[in-house]
Structure formats: C-alpha cells, structure tokens
Design a protein around this ligand. Structure first.
Ligand code: NAP
Length: 557
C-alpha cells in the first residue's frame, strides 16, 4: 500500500492523539493541564461553545455554588490561588465561570479544546488497542487513553410532567438556561420543583415577577447561606494559610466541602453525639451552625446521618426555623419536609428562600394535596384548580452521575456496551475505571465520593491518581490498564454497604437514581468521605495497584 493511501486510511480512522478527554469543565481542564504537562498530545471535546461545564449551562437566576469560594477552587497552582480574588463567600455562577475561563487562558488550555462538539461514540478497538471517538459534528479521533470528564449533574432530566409540550408560552430548564437571561418583569411565572436550583432561583424570580406560583411535590431542607462580600482583611489573613487549608480539604478533615476560617482547624467543632446532649446544649449547637450558615450545618450533630433519633431531632430544629420564618401556618407546614431524613436528599443552601413565601406575589401549591393533572396551553391544571401563568420554569433536576456517560455510545473490549454492563446500575472500580473498558477513566464517576464532596477536591484527586497510574505504567513498560471484575464487584458491594450504614438511601433521591423513572436504584456516591477514600486509593497503590491489571499492547512491543 502506498504511503498516501496509508495516511488517507489513517485520516479516515481519525487523527491520533495520546489521550482524548471528554468535557471541558473543572475536570476536563485539570486533566488536560496534567496530561499536557506529562508531554502527552491531547484532544478535548466539549459540547458547549465555551468551557465551564456545569457552570456554563446553569445560568438560572440566583445560581451560585454552595461550597465556599475560597474552598471551591483549584489547589494545583499556589500562584493561581494567591492571584485570584473571590468577591463573595459563595461565588455566583458568572464569577465561577469567569474563574474557569481565566484558568483556561492562564494555562493556555484552549488550543487543545474543540468546542461545540458533542461526543456520540467512544469505542475501544481490540486490535489496535485504541479508543475511537466520534462527535455528532463529524469529528473522529483515536487515542490509547480515553478520559470521561462529563460531570455528575450535566444531563437535565427530561421533564416528565404531562402536557408540558402543550404550554404555549416560554419554558426554561434551570440546567439549560438561555445565555441572554430571562426578563420576568411584569410576568406571571410558574416554577415546578423545589430542589437546590429552584430554592436559589425562586427568591430572585419573585423579586421581578408580577406573580410567582411554586409547584412543590417534596419540600426540601434548606439552611441559610449567610452569604456576604469577602472582606479584604479576611482574605489577606486567610491566604497565607491556603496550603494548610488545602491539605485539610484533601484529607476531609474540615468537613466535606472545606473549612474556610482564617486559621485552618482539624475538625469542625462540636460534632457531638445527640444522645449525650441536653435540650439546651443541642439547641445551642444547632443555633451556632444555623447562624454560621451553609451545608456544614449537617456536621453540627455527629450522628445526624447515622441514627433516626438524631436525624429527627435535627429535622425538628429546622421545622421550627421554617415555622418561625413563614407567616402563613398552612404554607409553613407544607414547606416542612417530613417524608425523608434531613441530609438524605442533598441539603439546600439558600438566601431568603423561606422568607420569599411571605411576599404577596408568591404562592405555594402543595402537590401532595392537589397533584398536577396536566400542563395546559397557559398554566397548570391541578386536581383542584387551573393556575394560569405566562412563563414556565422547570427546576426538575438531572439524570445524575450516569446520565452523561450513558448518553454516549461507549463500548469496551469485545464491543461490550456500557449501557448493557450498567443495565442494573453502574459498576466501577473506585468510580475510576470500568472492568472490560481498558485505558478508560471516569473522573468522579459513580462509586467515588463525587457529589458528596467538594467536587474540585475530588476532581483533583482523581486526575492525580490517573497521572500517577500512567507514570507507574511508563516505569513498568506497560501501556494498558483495566480493572479486575472481582475487584469491581467487591468495590460496589462496599459502596452499598457504606451507604446502607447511613440514612442516606432513605431519601429516595437522585443519589439513588430515584428521580428518573425506570432508572435502577443503586446508591451511586461513596459515602465514607474524601479522606477515607483517598486513604483507600493510596493503600491500593501501595499494594501494587491491587485490583488493577496491567498489560503491554502490541504497539508497545
Ligand atoms: P433536584 O434536587 O433533583 O430537584 C428537582 C425538583 O423537581 C424536586 O423538587 C422534584 O420533586 C421536582 N420534580 C421533578 N419532577 C417533577 C414532576 N414531574 N412534578 C413535580 N415536581 C417534580 O434538582 P436540582 O434542584 O436541579 O438540584 C440537583 C443537584 O444539583 C443538587 O442536589 C445539587 O447537588 C446540585 N446543585 C447545586 C447547587 C449549588 O451548588 N448551590 C445549585 C443547584 C443544584 P421530588 O423531590 O418530589 O422528585
């Protein structure tokens, strides 16, 4: 065969890289940075027309992170963390997106990223031992290594409300918000959903709209953010301790999302067991955490997620807060969650959410009493009434953790489809690899702490693990890695055992896939915490990568 023909064939098969990364959010950008630093030629595909992933798509009013900005940022570059100035305790979506864009520019990452490319297939070629990736836009690329940086909450759940397609006014999904924004001035608005996204959006929409009706199926626990501008003095005193803070975040010593007090401290205070506390002590601790604000409220009482009694006592405390804030007793009662333990659905962090129901232009429709019958051309028909509005906002959540992975036709060795392998729920080793899918890594995949942690802490740990693994392979003269089926099965049993030792699976939440009709019920995140998980990973590496199997491809010789 002529050389020209050979190169044409090669082009047809796709340009050759050392690694293909799918997604250009926090995970994809850090993976690209590290892979390139190791001298690899990388191609990143990203569906959006900009970088940022979750923070690119979720532009709904009020969107901000519920991990504090000083902790929810990359730790890999001490210079970056000293240079970047966060303006608020909890950063808004636009500020986080600016940060991500700054990182992409500062580390010259954009040149390896192809935007507006939605990956359609990723197939492992047994003979060539390469991943062959195609996009809906017609790109083709091949590489020995394929890294999924596709995010945990990146695929909005298809709205499963009857008649939603018949609504004639504008309708918006919080997770796919228009870039130009939405003007609610003078409009009647209906919001379906009361999860984190809705709880952030509702107070902001209420201030603009003429009338806002919230359709609530399940009330959620929410704690005040007590957001505020970051004071220069505080930041100046915090920043010299940044390395120590990061060390604690990585070890999970400062709570799941990261402590950001000026002086880092090893443990969140007062993590008392509930039975040992008098009423006064219990209330004092909870009040202290409530006044501090944020998701760390769940750490106030040590056994909140372990014992029904403790959980109920903490839930009662929040109920009392809701009843004290919301003036109308019937609305207050409807807003008090009673059908799931606190923390078993992701705790929400809000700014004025419950207070919003004291406004004259806001009304709550309790769907447990009067369920939605169907959406009409101009509103919602419940079992009791027709509620008219001009704009519909669907804050109805995501096909979490597996949605983005299963949205791509992924096939491993011998053509095995990921969709078939995961038909009864995700199977991974450490949330990092899938047995039978060689050289294929998932960043913060199901089976890792992922959504139960500060995502950036987990992303950095996974990418660092992958990079160490690649260095190990190079040193050993091998170029293929897979997970052992038995190690994978044992890991998933362990993930489930850890979850079942807590109250987490009782929430019927998206952690379990329970929000998506027909999705297998498997508790997906690893609930033992980032510190424990990191130790497990380190021990596995120390045991010569226990559970991983390495080999040499024909190409490596
Ligand atoms: P979510 O927590 O899954 O909430 C979806 C809401 O829509 C729930 O209230 C759900 O009610 C309701 N819903 C869904 N389908 C419905 C239907 N057919 N009829 C009536 N109600 C329906 O989704 P999310 O609010 O987008 O949040 C998802 C996750 O994203 C969060 O848990 C969090 O991890 C992350 N997030 C984080 C932030 C942050 O950092 N601050 C902000 C937003 C999101 P049911 O509960 O009854 O199903």
């Amino acid at each position: 065969m002529s050389t020209i023909e050979e190169s044409r064939q090669e082009l047809d098969q796709g340009e050759r890289f050392d690694a293909i990364v799918i997604g250009a959010g926090f995970a994809g950008l850090y993976a690209l940075y590290r892979l390139r630093e190791a001298g690899l030629r990388v191609r990143v595909y990203e569906a959006g027309d900009g970088v940022g992933g979750t923070w690119y798509w979720n532009r709904y009013p009020g969107a901000r992170c519920d991990a504090e900005s000083l902790a929810y940022s990359f730790s890999f570059s001490p210079d970056l963390e000293q240079e970047w100035e966060w303006t608020e305790r909890y950063a808004t979506q636009p500020e986080i997106l600016r940060y991500i864009e700054h990182v992409a520019g500062r580390f010259d990452l954009l040149r390896d990223i192809r935007l507006e490319r939605r990956v359609a297939t990723a197939h492992y070629e047994d003979e060539a031992q390469l991943w062959n990736v195609t996009t809906e836009q017609g790109d083709r690329a091949r590489a020995p290594l394929c890294i999924m940086a596709t995010g945990c909450l990146s695929v909005p759940k298809a709205p499963d409300v009857p008649g939603v397609e018949t609504f004639t006014g504008p309708q918006y999904l919080t997770g796919l918000w228009p870039h130009e924004g939405v003007d609610f001035t003078g409009q009647r608005v209906g919001v379906i959903g009361t999860g984190s996204s809705a709880i952030q959006a509702i107070p902001v929409i209420a201030k603009q709209a003429a009338q806002l009706t919230v359709f609530q199926r399940t009330p959620n626990f929410s704690v005040p953010a007590h957001n505020h501008p970051l004071e220069d003095d505080f930041v100046r005193q915090f920043k010299p301790n940044y390395r120590e803070h990061r060390r604690f975040h990585k070890l999970g010593l400062a709570g799941g999302f990261g402590d950001t007090e000026i002086e880092p401290r090893e443990r969140t205070p007062a993590a008392e067991a509930v039975m040992a506390l008098s009423d006064e002590e219990f209330t004092e601790i909870c009040e202290d955490y409530w006044a501090t604000g944020g998701a760390r409220f769940l750490a106030a009482i040590a056994d909140t997620m372990l014992k029904d009694e403790a959980n109920q006592r903490v839930a009662d405390f929040v109920h009392q807060k809701i009843q004290a804030i919301v003036k109308d007793p019937a609305t207050a009662e409807a807003l008090c969650p009673t059908s799931h333990p606190i923390g078993s659905k992701r705790i929400c962090v809000d700014t004025g959410y419950f207070e919003t129901y004291n406004r004259d232009n806001v009304r709550l429709v309790d769907l447990t009493r009067t369920p939605i019958d169907h959406v009409t051309a101009d509103g919602i028909q419940t079992s009791a009434e027709h509620v008219p509005f001009d704009i519909l906002v669907l804050a109805t959540g995501f096909d979490a953790m597996t949605g983005a992975l299963l949205g791509i036709d992924i096939r491993g060795a011998a053509g095995e489809r990921l969709r078939d392998k995961w038909a009864a729920g995700p199977q991974t080793y450490l949330g990092l690899m899938v047995s039978g899918f060689p050289n294929f890594f998932t960043i913060t995949g199901p089976g890792s702490p992922s959504v139960l942690s500060n995502m950036i802490v987990s992303i950095e740990q996974h990418v660092d693990f992958i990079m160490d693994c690649l260095a190990h392979m190079k040193a050993e003269g091998v170029d293929q890695v897979d997970a052992e089926a038995e190690a994978e099965a044992q890991w998933m049993a362990h993930v489930s055992e850890i979850a079942n030792a807590t109250l987490m699976p009782k929430g019927g939440s998206w952690y379990l896939g329970a929000n998506v009709p027909g999705k297998p019920r498997v508790f997906m995140p690893y609930a033992a915490g980032v510190g424990v998980y990191r130790e497990v990973c380190e021990q596995i590496v120390a045991d010569d990568y226990r559970g991983f199997v390495f080999s040499r491809s024909a190409e490596a010789g």
